[in-house]
Design a protein around this ligand. Structure first.
Ligand SMILES: [Fe+2]
Length: 278
């Protein structure tokens, strides 16, 4: 009598198809991905209709992408994958600033400004806010020539790339520290905003009765020769969405008081090669 193939034998057959692959890292990734994906199908008893719904959802996600919109990154964000990738890759030492997600609205090439300048347009109607602090290492030594890239939404809750009324590079600016490592610049208080919900990710959130809000924050990307790049946000302590961030990016250590027109925070960088990764 012929014995019926088991799911384990099926998995082994699929994995064996990679035996000639010359790239060991690709084999490792595909082996793990395949094993988890097949286990997921078996564990949930995935029906044919559910499988097809998944195919249609991913197809719609791809169709929503263009030069301005990246629905797959948004999907990765709301699934918690993007934040975990940062946790796995950035792994700060205890003294260093915690990282969080880069997000889909980062743009390289922001305007290079002088300390004290504003990243907000002159006619911005937001609440004025001054960010200040020091870029330093874990020993407290100020870091000279650290480059800060800063970006946030307008008071209406949109990034420049989302709102045709905003000039390109509005609410963005880059700063370079001097010998004292200090930074200070003007902006307006960031506001809570909703991630885009007019695509398949929005359908997923609504169908799952999930929040689409992100708590008010300003983004920082800090680079300095000899140190690990830091990608993080600073969050407004008064936001009602700190505990329901749609992309799971909030870290307690990154929450700052923005109530008094001033927010102060030191950005602490790890020496390159000091932590387990990078
Ligand atoms: Fe953001």
């Amino acid at each position: 009598m012929v014995t019926k193939m088991t799911s384990k034998e099926h998995l082994d057959e699929v994995l064996a198809s990679y035996r000639e692959c010359p790239n060991p890292r690709l084999v490792q990734i595909m082996t793990s991905l395949t094993a988890h994906l097949l286990a997921f199908v078996e564990e949930t008893g995935l029906t044919r209709d559910e499988w097809m719904s998944g195919i249609e959802f991913l197809t719609a996600t791809g169709k929503k992408c263009d030069d301005e919109r990246q629905e797959f990154i948004l999907l990765s964000d709301v699934l918690g994958v993007s934040m975990l990738v940062e946790m796995v890759n950035q792994k700060p030492t205890d003294s260093a600033t915690e990282p969080t997600v880069l997000g889909p609205f980062y743009r390289p090439g922001g305007p290079e400004l002088s300390m004290g300048d504003s990243i907000a347009p002159d006619d911005s109607d937001g609440q004025p806010l001054i960010f200040s602090g020091m870029v330093r290492n874990a020993s407290g030594e100020p870091l000279r020539d650290a480059h800060l890239e800063v970006w946030q939404t307008s008071p209406e809750g949109f990034y420049d790339v989302q709102d045709p009324a905003l000039d390109p590079m509005s609410y963005r600016g880059n700063f370079t520290t001097g010998v004292d490592g200090r930074f200070f610049f003007e902006t307006v208080r960031p506001v809570d905003y909703q991630i885009p919900t007019d695509g398949p990710v929005g359908v997923l959130l609504r169908t799952s009765a999930r929040e689409s809000w992100r708590p008010a924050h300003t983004h920082f990307l800090v680079t300095c020769a000899g140190y690990k790049t830091l990608i993080t946000h600073l969050f407004d302590a008064s936001s009602p969405h700190l505990h329901s961030d749609a992309v799971f990016g909030v870290r307690e250590s990154l929450v700052v008081d923005m109530n008094h027109d001033e927010a102060s925070f030191d950005l602490v960088l790890d020496v390159a090669g000091e932590s387990p990764v990078n």
